[in-house]
Design a protein around this ligand. Sequence first.
Ligand code: SAM
Length: 283
Amino acid sequence: MRGIEPAAQAVAPLSGADFEHIRRLARESFGLDLKAGKEQLVAARLGRLLRDGRFRSYRELYRGAAEDATGETLATLIDALATNHTAFVREPDHFDFLRDEVVPRLRKRGEAEVWCAACSTGEEVWTLACVLNDALPGNRFRITATDISRKALAVARRGVYSAERCAGMPPAWVSRYFKAENGDYSVNAAVRSQASFSRFNLLDRFSAPRPYPVIFCRNVMIYFDAETQHRVVLNLAANLEPGGYLFIGHAESLSRIAHGLEYVRPAVYRRPSKPEGVWNRLS
Ligand SMILES: C[S@@+](CC[C@H](N)C(=O)[O-])C[C@H]1O[C@@H](n2cnc3c(N)ncnc32)[C@H](O)[C@@H]1O
């Protein structure tokens, strides 16, 4: 009939077996613990990839992700499933504690490297940069920022945010560390040069050339089961210097995990210092 578009090719609904396969793949590949009841969420997030024609069915998508030796399809699946929610100055008391309690110890050293793990679209990284530039002037820090999502990392690297997203930031930071660009705000070149971004899966074992005095790894372990949380926390703790701080999300808890870190305050832990430890020598 004239004026009627051909019907879009119907996509078979997500079956119980599809959900089981995707759930197993997500857990094994990046720790995501998809509980029963998350079928609709999975169907909605992956359905977009089916509707834009990249895959004909959920089955083709997860088989591609499991079998594609290049890792491309798996990366696409992870990008679609990961929750990237974040904000500037999220959980502000962490940044106050960093400025008031941690930075004074960092002042005595040449350069401090901070790891922002699971940095999503970058708001957390640039918030850290603003705090550190204010409290530790002289370009004496670097931020290593990582995430598993390529899509999120692309936004983080670009460093351009709408005025609406920047609304929660102190105006002084916006004028000092950003420049206005067609109604948006772009991280300025000096601040940009202080952060480097790379793709990293927290499930992978990792040994930094130099342990970090500060690691932020917030609001990601909430998506992992207890066994995966344990594995990730041990890896993070192994990359902290003695006396170094681990910040996790306030909704997260390490109480069920044996990790050897000291509790400092809500969602802040510290690797015990040795009397002759690096941290104490420098402070
Ligand atoms: C909810 S966001 C949290 C962002 C930021 N840390 C914050 O607190 O606002 C969670 C981030 O964790 C990332 N993620 C999930 N699983 C991961 C893994 N196994 N390794 C690294 N990053 C992961 C996601 O891509 C997402 O960007």
